[in-house]
Design a protein around this ligand. Structure first.
Ligand SMILES: Nc1ncnc2c1ncn2[C@@H]1O[C@H](COP(=O)(O)OP(=O)(O)O)[C@@H](O)[C@H]1O
Ligand SMILES: [Mg+2]
Length: 282
């Protein structure tokens, strides 16, 4: 029998639930749902990608993340990019130099949609490169739909809030994911940190791929180094043995010139994985 607490919790969830007939009310509940965003949501619902949406679970600088369900009853996360011009932070340094995005739209709707599309494509590339990311499902206008990491609307905590039990294993996991993204996905995250990694029962998911750039980016060394430095700093503090950033960046760049293959989910170049290449064994 459900106790009071679960009943209250269920009521709370019920109140946050919106079916297609009343999503117009979302406008009143949350200012992220303006006409443009509602139209996108209708479209995703008509395409039977989204069944229901619930309340917001996180609010960032450029987007709000909302919990929903798909037609199979699975939890999904909807990342809704703000369309208000004043909410945008200046992202020019990232966009510039990435040949996939040469123009900066002045229209805030187009700008939000462009970021959404960029993040979706990056996530798809990372996902296809076997990087552990939430599975990207679809996008429309300024809404990105992806696999929900967490349980019943409670998102998995970030690595910052939930440090891993085994810091050494987690560090190696992150580094190998960076390598897969870079070599198999030809992608640099460019905003990698303990805030953009979710820890779901000690399985790590790298999120927030909006700023990621193609490996042909002119500042690739700088961006890759910054990602690794941030990660090293975090894991150093947790007492993990980390790989010298310069050595790691050089190894990744040298290895990116070889031909890779996946063996049992491990990325190999000339039959060697990154750790044996670096003779890094702990
Ligand atoms: N797929 C997901 N499943 C569950 N929660 C998520 C998911 N994606 C994002 N979140 C939640 O939203 C927060 C912000 O997401 P993020 O992509 O980092 O956006 P921002 O650009 O605002 O930093 C995360 O810390 C997490 O709490
Ligand atoms: Mg983030």
């Amino acid at each position: 029998m459900p106790n009071d607490e679960t009943r209250i919790e269920r009521d709370r969830i019920e109140k946050r639930r919106f079916r297609i007939k009343d999503i117009d009310q979302l406008k009143l509940v949350d200012d992220v749902f303006n006409e443009y965003t509602l139209k996108a949501l209708y479209e995703l619902m008509n395409r039977r990608i989204v069944l229901e949406v619930y309340g917001p679970i996180a609010q960032g600088k450029e987007a709000k993340v909302i919990w929903g369900k798909d037609y199979d009853g699975r939890d999904i996360a909807l990342k809704v990019y703000y369309t208000l011009a004043n909410r945008f932070i200046n992202r020019d340094p990232y966009i510039m130099g990435d040949r996939r995005f040469t123009r900066k739209p002045s229209n805030p709707f187009k700008f939000a949609s462009m970021w959404c599309r960029k993040e979706f494509r990056n996530m798809k590339r990372a996902y296809d490169a076997m990087v552990t990311v939430p599975k990207p499902i679809a996008f429309y206008s300024n809404i990105l739909v992806m696999e929900f990491i967490g349980d019943e609307g409670v998102p998995a905590p970030t690595l910052k809030d939930a440090p891993p039990e085994d810091a050494q294993a987690a560090y190696i996991d992150v580094v190998l994911n960076v390598e897969k993204a870079f070599i198999a996905g030809r992608l640099i995250h460019a905003d990698l940190s303990e805030y953009n990694i979710l820890n779901w029962n000690n399985k790590l998911f790298i999120i927030d791929w909006g700023s990621a750039v193609d490996a042909s980016h002119p500042n690739l060394v700088e961006l890759l180094t910054r990602d690794i430095r941030t990660i090293n700093r975090f894991f150093d503090r947790l007492g993990a043995l980390t790989i010298d950033e310069g050595e790691l960046v050089n190894a990744l760049i040298r290895r990116s010139r070889g031909r890779y293959e996946f063996i049992d989910g491990r990325l190999m170049i000339d039959g060697e994985d990154l750790l044996s290449y670096l003779k890094f064994n702990v």
